[in-house]
Design a protein around this ligand. Sequence first.
Ligand code: ASP
Ligand code: MG
Length: 457
Amino acid sequence: MSLSGPIVMKFGGTSVADADAIARVVGIVKAARDSSGLPPVVIVSAMSGVTDRLLELTGAAERRLDAHVLNGVAELSRRHFEALERLLPAEAANDVLADIGADFDDLRALLKATGILRSASPSAHDAIVCTGELMNSRILAAALAHNGVPTAWVDARRAIVTDNVHSAASPRAEETREAVGREIVPRVAEGRVPVVGGFVGATPHGVTTTLGRGGSDYSAAIIGAAVDSREIQIWTDVDGMMSADPRVVDSPKVVPYLSFGEASELAYFGAKVLHPSTILPAVAKDIPVRILNSRRAGGAGTTITAVPPPATRPLAAVACKRNVTMVEITSTRMLMAHGFLRRVFEVFERHRTAVDVVTTSEVSVSVTVDDDARLGDIVEALREFAEVSVEGGLAILCAVGDNLRCDPRIAARVIGALEGFPVRMVSQAASRRNVTIVLRDEDLAQGMGQLHSEFFG
Ligand code: ASP
Ligand code: MG
């Protein structure tokens, strides 16, 4: 299938946090429009912090903290109107002022009703929290239009059709494709840039839904898939995926290409640039997803595709997770009796504690957890049928790369680079695209540094 549809550009909360940031985005969209035939489709988040604030205000309304709620709404409206005032001269702002004023009227009414009922229904909740995206998309559309970019604000609730699972809605692909074909595709054909708020959609009956926190990436992937986009750009405040955690290693590099599989391994390790599940609609259609920095628009960023261009690089990146605890569980029978592993994992499940790395031997199983809140109870329960020892102060170091699957020398080099450090666990996941090593947290910085310079020089 050849994808020839428009580029989708998604701007996250920090990229549209205030008037200056929005002005930068206007420049980026303008440039994209000038350099290609088709106008891009623009998806935009709420200004950073706004969704959190709306959630907090919903809770406050339920507790009848009416003055707090009114103050909060006043603050939000000041922030949005201030941005507008700086972006648009008064005479150009009339329409958008009226629209945003109406959004705030709705928001106040929803919060008032929430206070009276002392509870926000799931649909009221979604109608409240999506306000940030609705308003910000109007502001960006107005700013683009004022700067000479033919623009069309699109109500995302008319374009993304979802099920009715409020706060975590999933798109209905066919209906969304139809709605996008009606609301967005014709605007592009007219030469206008559709500007759509992320995070929000609606059921076939028009009831507002939201797609879950961070859902604007999901919106971009859903719309990208529906328009057969040739590229989805995720504009954020970092240069791309990095070859190592910059808080641990001195000068990591931007990783130019990643496979979808590598990206999902890395995302787990707090490379929170992108949640792979949110780009599944793009993965399914094999649409390249690029991560770019809106503060430094010249960079090449990171391009994520199913199969990156043939690369000689042995690893894509290294990642880490600090402050983990290892629990070593040894069967008190001679060998692991049948049912042993089930009993072990049941204990963790019962205490709602996620297990990260797992290694097993004939008589024991070692696991790491990063949340040790329930550890006391867990150990007590495990001791009913096993010997248990606990070691805190550890870190997980993970080397990720598709080539680990086909070249065993890479894994050997990974382990070799950590020579001299006491290693607690080593595991290679079933995907075989990572090697995971558990070591002392105090050794992490040096170990990761050595590993990084071995592969990224
Ligand atoms: N504003 C929403 C959130 O903060 C969606 C997003 O930014 O992607 O979760
Ligand atoms: Mg956000």
